[in-house]
Design a protein around this ligand. Structure first.
Ligand code: KG4
Ligand code: ZN
Length: 346
């Protein structure tokens, strides 16, 4: 599955599934550039406003693609194929990346390659940086993908052979972080704020009930409600409760979410007997989750793969590497391809 010696393949990847406009250029599996334009406008509303997201994508996409090509020192006509996120995500946002990719492909007569956003989060582990020799996972491995929209455990048999063996039945882990942050009056997205504030807090200060759910599935909606009621009741007794206990509240909530994730990940390892374990998605940037998974190297002998920070939250580098593997398989899309908002696997 690797290119003939001497023949370099250049892929342009485009990601626009939510509120980040991103473009990346890859030479084979080596990343040359990865440009991300964030949309601050949503912070004001406390969550992503779909209409504003798609408008910002329209404004950002051309400068972002120019910047990715420039940084990679590559001309448009050197690109062998363009890959784009087809879904899941916000339809209006996805349409911007999809339409641009189609036009780019048609204009240059190069293959168009659709990529599934969740598969791409997993395949981010295969991105190599020039000069770096970090290990990539070998098949099969388990991957806990945790983001603002998804929480799932995949049994990864090959690049595009991924069986989902556990998934959330309601909210995603990232939503639990973001909603808890909102209750505490922190900005959106709240995950990184909770992570930072938790560093000086006591993770055992407050306890919350664990969801009762069988198998490898997750549930986070009950936690959101119990946290809301817990804070509301304490505020009735002491209006300064949140300010006085901010670090402990963040540390306890973070610990609780990480415990729920780790319980199922350990269960999945026991069931499958696969001890090569990766984490992916925006929440895999969380320092406590990264530490909890890494600790299993010593305590349980797992081989652990934790992504570099820049490949945890949404980025086009993961779309470019996925496009590269599909390009090698000649797995191209037709021009009638349309975005999808919900996962095709659930
Ligand atoms: O993968 P991603 O960028 O977008 C989706 O595909 O959803 O994930 C975004 C999510 C948000 O919920 C954000 O709060 C969370 O990832 N996140 C974090 C951290 N960094 C980002 N959650 C906890 N700790 C972090 N350090
Ligand atoms: Zn994502």
């Amino acid at each position: 599955m690797f290119p003939m010696a001497g023949k370099d393949i250049f892929i342009l990847g485009i990601e626009s599934s939510c509120d980040d406009t991103s473009a990346a250029v890859i030479r084979n599996d080596q990343l040359l550039s990865n440009i991300i334009a964030n949309q601050d406008v949503h912070t004001y509303y406390g969550g992503v406003v779909p209409e504003l997201a798609s408008r910002s994508h329209q404004q950002n996409i051309i400068p972002v693609i120019h910047a990715a090509l420039d940084k990679a020192n590559i001309k448009k006509n050197q690109i062998h194929a363009v890959s784009f996120t087809r879904g899941p995500g916000l339809l209006g946002s996805l349409l911007v990346g999809t339409s641009f990719a189609k036009a780019f492909s048609l204009g240059l007569s190069i293959p168009l390659i659709e990529v599934d956003h969740l598969e791409a989060h997993v395949l981010a582990h295969f991105i190599r940086e020039p000069g770096s020799s970090s290990a990539v996972p070998s098949f099969p491995f388990l991957c806990l993908t945790v983001s603002g929209g998804h929480t799932q455990i995949g049994l990864i048999r090959d690049y595009f052979d991924m069986e989902i063996i556990g998934r959330t039945i309601d909210d995603a882990a990232g939503e639990a972080f973001d909603k808890a942050a909102k209750i505490l009056g922190l900005p959106y997205p709240g995950g990184p704020y909770i992570d930072r504030l938790a560093k000086t807090g006591n993770p055992s200060a407050f306890r919350f009930p664990k969801p009762r759910i069988s198998g490898l599935d997750f549930s986070f909606s009950g936690l959101k409600t119990s946290f809301l009621y817990f804070v509301r009741d304490r505020l009735k007794e002491n209006p300064g409760f949140v300010e006085e206990n901010m670090a402990d509240l963040c540390a306890s909530m973070q610990q609780h979410i990480v415990d729920i994730l780790m319980d199922n990940l350990m269960k999945a390892v026991r069931q499958t007997k696969i001890t090569d374990v990766a984490i992916a998605g925006g929440v895999s940037a969380n320092s406590s989750l990264r530490q909890a998974v890494t600790d299993q190297t010593l305590t349980r002998g797992w081989q652990v793969f934790v992504p570099k920070f820049e490949y945890t939250t949404d980025n086009a580098a993961m779309i470019a590497i996925s496009g590269y593997f599909k390009y090698l398989n000649h797995d191209y899309s037709g021009y009638t391809v349309a975005p999808y908002s919900r996962s095709l696997r659930s």
